[in-house]
Design a protein around this ligand. Sequence first.
Ligand SMILES: Nc1nc2c(ncn2[C@@H]2O[C@H](COP(=O)(O)OP(=O)(O)OP(=O)(O)O)[C@@H](O)[C@H]2O)c(=O)[nH]1
Length: 327
Amino acid sequence: MLDSTQRKIPVTILTGYLGAGKTTLLNRILTEKHNEKVAIIVNEFGEVGIDNQLVVNSEEEIVEMNNGCICCTVRGDLIRILKTLIYSMEKGNVNFNHVLIETTGLADPAPVAQTFFMDQAIAEKFEVDSIVTVVDSKHVTKHFNTKDEAQEQIAFADIIIINKTDLVTETELTEIEIRITSMNPTARRIHAQNCNVNLKDILGIHSFDLNLKLKVNPRFLDDHHHHHHNKVTSVAFVEERPLDMRKVDEWMSYLIQHKGEDLLRYKGILYVHNSKQRIVFQGIHMLFAGKADRTWRSDEKKVTQLVFIGKNLDKVELQRQFENCIA
Ligand SMILES: Nc1nc2c(ncn2[C@@H]2O[C@H](COP(=O)(O)OP(=O)(O)OP(=O)(O)O)[C@@H](O)[C@H]2O)c(=O)[nH]1
């Protein structure tokens, strides 16, 4: 049980634009050895939760929040979840000494961090350890001038993981680094591939400094957040009939060619005809990969779950194209 003499529970806020590598980092935290026992809160933008199915099996406590963006509509949920976690720990039902919040790729981290200062009960039990922002080297230059969220995530970070360095040249990487430094000169920058960072560099580092955040945003502690995600919407499909993989591939080629710019993120688990394995489907703009994942378990329902996040998404058209892929 926590009392006032005990240290507060450190909280890592994990941000990064859509597809940057947050779940990849989360899986490292869940599988690699470190001293923390981490309770995880995962928030996704689409109404169908895919990430929870891409997270490795582990004994850690994982709570999903799928009904809105953590920085806007579901901040109340976040407070409730944190209070429930404390209550469950005090009852001896769960055990953790660190909390990690994976935000949606569109979340502004400031209001999430603000939660830990504005709600007194939360502020008594928790403290922000750091804001860790994962950057997709391949796509970040697209976002520098257009995506407020991506910029806020960088500006507000304590640690910036410059990920996917395998997809860019040395020169491109230097340019990205210069740009990021100009946006946030104080954050520590770490280069990575598949977020292969030393977890000691990101967990339990006490690098969140409120005064520094107030310099970045003097209104950080004002409680009026109006964040409209720049007309980004999501479309999700859930289908129990198996899909024809050849048709899915054709559909993806078509979408990438015609809608690649607008498709910020698309991902899912596919139930494919004549395949014993789940097909995991991952896309960011024009970069798409579908690969065989684990075998379907006998105790689970085979079902396709697919989410598209982007601008100008035509739900009716996508629905028609998706239905055309049913085997
Ligand atoms: N080539 C390459 N691919 C990577 C790297 N890191 C992650 N990926 C891939 O990028 C895709 C997106 O990674 P995720 O970890 O799901 O990204 P995310 O930030 O959790 O995505 P959202 O939650 O949808 O915003 C996946 O297909 C990863 O395997 C990397 O360093 N290099």
